[in-house]
Design a protein around this ligand. Structure first.
Ligand SMILES: Cc1cc2nc3c(=O)[nH]c(=O)nc-3n(C[C@H](O)[C@H](O)[C@H](O)COP(=O)(O)OP(=O)(O)OC[C@H]3O[C@@H](n4cnc5c(N)ncnc54)[C@H](O)[C@@H]3O)c2cc1C
Length: 435
């Protein structure tokens, strides 16, 4: 440990998913010196759609057009859900601040005031979400207006079939034409991966190849749908250039994960957070963390082994669930590996899962996680906070099933917003807007 670099900060955030990235943004903008440590998370698997609340109750599969009415019902029915600890204004503020940041970062989102929208997926099914990348918007409107469109796929790109989309979505969206584009100049030999294709379309000559391949299929269509591969770092410019060549609106359809949409979010956050002065330890893991009752924390982080010791006055744990390692399970128990916090979970191992894998109620283990107090501080038992200045945010929290409730990004952003507001208050750094 003596060779480790040492840094000090007000707040160290562990986890670089949607919750950790949002928390770092909020903290830096509120003047907290902030370190962010994390390995690549679920964010690169995300569709890029930002859900607030789509489904409640999950056992009925009821979808909500008005997510705010859905949240009111959810909070009434499930008073332990993390949304029940948040004022509606806090959830709105979190969303607005992240969306404003993404727009400034060249990744604009859109939606309808206080309404969910339905986005066609790569399977042709509909996904309810609150805010979609602007690159999807022409497709959302075209489907609602039943306008004739061309859906095109690209030979070699797996998991995206225009014909399948048209067959499934076409029942309620007549006039869909399909085309398969063969683009040897872009794909070279072998398989085609979304990221590679997206980066190649940042070159004008490759966009020209794409538009020339589309041109014979445009008769009678009012918009063109393509897999979400239209650029990584400058998607708006890439799409605008293709639209200008075609003289038609172009929209993206999210691809199967890992896709480009999640990568765009990750890159936008990483660029923006560096610009806000956040100390970034990307692709780093926190190996050990210790807190004192007085409030200070010491965290050892690095790539393969500890390389840096971070001294922080407060920590936000945004380490996610099983996939990223925020929760771990052995044969008998679900554990939180970093601080060894108590994890709310079913009493016995054989209660983790229901008999039917596709049981519409989901599985009890999906609602396991960290229980928090009103300030989003993990509980140690008997309602006491484990540490006075340790907070938790995102999918690690107990009493939610973001995947079935379709509330992943909203839950991550809003709980991050609240955790930062409470940390700010406890650190005595100004009065936060009501959490
Ligand atoms: C396939 C898929 C599709 C999705 N689609 C959508 C969607 O359509 N709409 C939507 O709103 N949301 C979607 N999501 C959800 C969303 O991407 C996030 O998973 C969710 O918002 C939870 O974010 P999180 O930050 O809490 O956790 P995560 O994203 O899991 O991030 C936790 C991070 O902590 C890191 N970590 C854990 N332990 C340590 C440690 N000791 N040291 C350092 N780092 C650590 C992990 O590696 C990871 O990077 C999707 C997710 C997946 C997987």
């Amino acid at each position: 440990m003596s060779d480790c670099t040492r840094i000090t900060c007000d707040l160290c955030i562990v986890g670089t998913g949607m919750a950790g990235m949002s928390a770092a943004l909020f903290a830096a903008r509120r003047g907290l010196s902030t370190a962010l440590v994390g390995r690549t998370g679920e964010i690169i698997f995300a569709t890029g759609l930002l859900d607030l609340l789509g489904v409640h109750p999950v056992e009925e599969g009821r979808t909500w057009e008005d997510p705010w009415a859905g949240i009111a019902a959810l909070v009434r029915d499930l008073p332990q859900h993390p949304y029940a600890r948040l004022a509606t204004e806090a959830i709105r503020s979190a969303f607005d601040e992240v969306l404003g940041f993404l727009e400034e970062s060249g990744l604009p989102y859109c939606g309808r005031p206080d309404r969910n929208v339905a986005v066609v997926t790569s399977l042709g099914t509909l996904k309810t979400t609150y805010r979609a990348p602007l690159s999807c918007w022409a497709g959302i409107e075209a489907r609602e207006g039943r306008r004739p469109c061309l859906i095109a796929d690209i030979q070699g790109l797996k998991g995206f079939s225009a014909r399948q989309i048209a067959e499934t979505a076409g029942k309620a969206w007549p006039g869909l034409k399909t085309a398969r584009l063969v683009l040897p100049a872009l794909q070279g030999a072998g398989e085609l991966f979304p990221e590679r294709l997206a980066r190649s379309l940042e070159l004008d000559s490759h966009r020209q190849t794409l538009t020339e391949a589309l041109r014979p299929h445009l008769e009678g269509v009012q918009a063109v749908g393509l897999p979400a591969v239209l650029g990584v770092s400058r998607p708006a410019a890439v799409r605008a250039a293709i639209e200008a060549r075609l003289g038609l609106p172009v929209f993206e359809i999210p691809t199967m994960p890992p896709g480009v949409a999640g990568l765009r979010l990750k890159e936008a956050f990483e660029r923006g957070l560096a610009g806000q002065g956040v100390m970034l330890f990307l692709e780093n893991r926190v190996f050990r963390a210790a807190g004192s009752p007085a409030g200070a924390f010491q965290l050892e982080a690095g790539r393969a082994a500890p390389e840096v010791t971070i001294h922080a006055n407060a920590v936000i744990l945004a380490t996610g669930r099983f996939m990223g390692g925020g929760l771990a399970a052995d044969r008998h128990r679900v554990r939180e590996p970093l601080f060894d916090l108590p994890v709310h979970q079913p009493g016995e191992r054989d209660e983790w899962h229901r008999t039917e894998f596709l049981d519409p109620r989901g599985h009890p283990v999906n609602r396991a996680g960290i229980e928090v107090d009103a300030s989003f501080r993990p509980l140690a038992g008997l309602g006491r906070a484990a540490f006075p200045q340790l907070f938790a945010a995102g999918s690690i929290l107990a009493h939610q099933d973001w995947m079935r409730m379709k509330c992943g990004s909203g839950l991550a952003m809003a709980t991050a917003w609240a955790a930062v507001a409470h940390a700010q208050r406890l650190l005595g750094r100004g009065e936060p807007a009501g959490a």
